[in-house]
Design a protein around this ligand. Structure first.
Ligand code: GLU
Length: 426
């Protein structure tokens, strides 16, 4: 198939395509693929709230439980001005695959509220969060559905979710949410876990190729919760971060960017990597953020939003390995170009599973009233990521499937096996 015959897929069409391709490869019986594609539950809520100036305003939010056959629904909540019902379903579907591939006893879910948190005060964001939670609270719970941070949300928002839910049920329930502040039962290591997993994924794949991160040139899109940790942890393992980008544009240094100086500039008020004075600015603005993909490097880590790498970015890419820190950063067209160019892709459903893996460890600690120190949590995240990698890699080798399809097949097979064992109610 040529790239020209590929249409522009929406996030939901791309997610469904990947699950259906896996179902076809597995030759699933009895229409089981329809049960696996369909979300168990889509909740859409109106969120009326008071602005700081006293006026009434209203937003729309969603929580989607995609698959709950293997355990409670699990997945983040996204606050973003472009989030919509279809995207939340696509992301929830991705979480079902992710927990299955990571071999965690959890289902898949996602939530979203359509607004740009940068345009709202802290007080307004708290009121939005509390009203959103109260609208969906009967569907939440440590054994039902456990939210976590995603794009635009953080540990403070998780604390409000925990409080709102807890006041509703009448007792403190830390296990209703993960990614909480440490003071409320959050896990040490959660902030860095997704980035840590991304770097480990790269190291494990390089290891299979007889190489290591030492001296590798890496370009990263996004310097937030995922990208900044991926950059720091890869640099600590001897890699050179030659390019970074965010909504302000792209910076580059062939000798490696000074991350300490970048972090200092952010602490002093810089709003973009382009304002840090580090490296050369190669492109500015949101559109300039994708210039990072064309840089001369060995590894690209898209750690921002979905659909970041399309046809043009894929054609310009010089790296030999792509590690998906974000959810859905490569379009199906980009995937096809990666295959044509022989660029290896470690798909999101494995590569960024470090976050939900640490969330699972946070739940384990909450259920058992335990507190593990940071080294122990980090070691457990790495152990679980390694075990999942070996399972995924062995399956990809044995099936001779490209990584994306191999991961989807493994995830869908894990979910299908669970459906078969449970049988069909009633
Ligand atoms: N939002 C993260 C993800 O997409 C974490 C989900 C979680 O920890 O439940 O994987």
């Amino acid at each position: 198939m040529t790239t020209a015959s590929y249409k522009n897929y929406s996030a939901l069409e791309a997610a469904e395509l990947r699950v259906r391709e896996a179902g076809e490869w597995l030759k699933l019986e009895d229409g089981l693929i329809e049960t696996i594609v369909a979300p168990r539950r889509i909740i859409e809520v109106a969120i009326p709230f008071r602005r700081d100036d006293g006026s009434r305003d209203q937003l729309t939010g969603w929580r989607v439980h995609h698959n709950t056959t293997r355990g409670p629904a699990k997945g983040g909540i996204r606050y973003h001005h472009e989030v919509n019902r279809e995207e939340v379903i696509a992301l929830a579907m991705g979480m079902s695959l992710k927990t299955a591939i990571a071999n965690l006893p959890l289902g898949g879910a996602k939530g979203g509220v359509c607004f740009n948190p940068k345009d709202y005060s802290i007080g307004e964001i708290e009121r939005i969060t509390r009203r959103y939670v109260s609208e969906i609270s009967s569907f939440l719970g440590p054994d039902k559905d456990v939210p976590a941070p995603d794009v635009g949300t953080n540990s403070q928002i998780m604390a409000w979710i925990m409080d709102q839910y807890s006041t509703g049920v009448g007792h403190a329930t830390p296990g209703v949410v993960t990614g909480k502040p440490i003071e409320l039962g959050g896990s040490l290591g959660r902030e860095s876990a997704t980035g840590r997993g991304v770097v480990e994924a790269a190291a494990l794949m390089l290891g299979k190729m007889g190489a290591s991160l030492q001296g590798k040139k890496i370009a990263i899109q996004g310097y937030g919760q995922v990208g900044s940790w991926a950059a720091r942890l890869a640099a600590a393992r001897g890699a050179l971060i030659v390019g970074l980008s965010d909504v302000g544009g792209t910076i580059h240094s062939a000798a490696g960017l000074d991350l300490v100086a970048i972090d200092k500039a952010f602490r002093e008020g810089a709003r973009s990597v382009c304002d840090t004075g580090v490296g050369d600015v190669v492109a500015r603005g949101v559109a300039g953020s994708t210039a990072v993909f064309a840089l001369d490097c060995d590894i690209v880590m898209p750690c921002a939003l979905g659909d970041a790498v399309g046809e043009e970015e894929a054609n310009n890419m010089k790296a030999k390995l792509v590690v998906e820190g974000a959810n859905g950063p490569l379009t199906p067209t980009a995937d096809l170009i990666m295959a044509e160019k022989g660029i290896i892709v470690i798909p999101d459903v494995y590569a960024n599973a470090g976050g939900v893996t640490c969330s699972y460890l946070e739940q384990c600690q909450n259920f058992a009233h335990l507190t593990w120190d940071e080294d122990e949590v980090n070691a457990r995240v790495i152990d679980l990521m390694r075990a999942a990698f070996e399972r995924f890699y062995a399956f990809a080798q044995e099936s001779k499937l490209p990584n994306r399809l191999a991961a989807s097949v493994l995830g869908v097979k894990t979910i299908a096996d669970a459906h078969r064992m449970r049988g069909l109610h009633p």
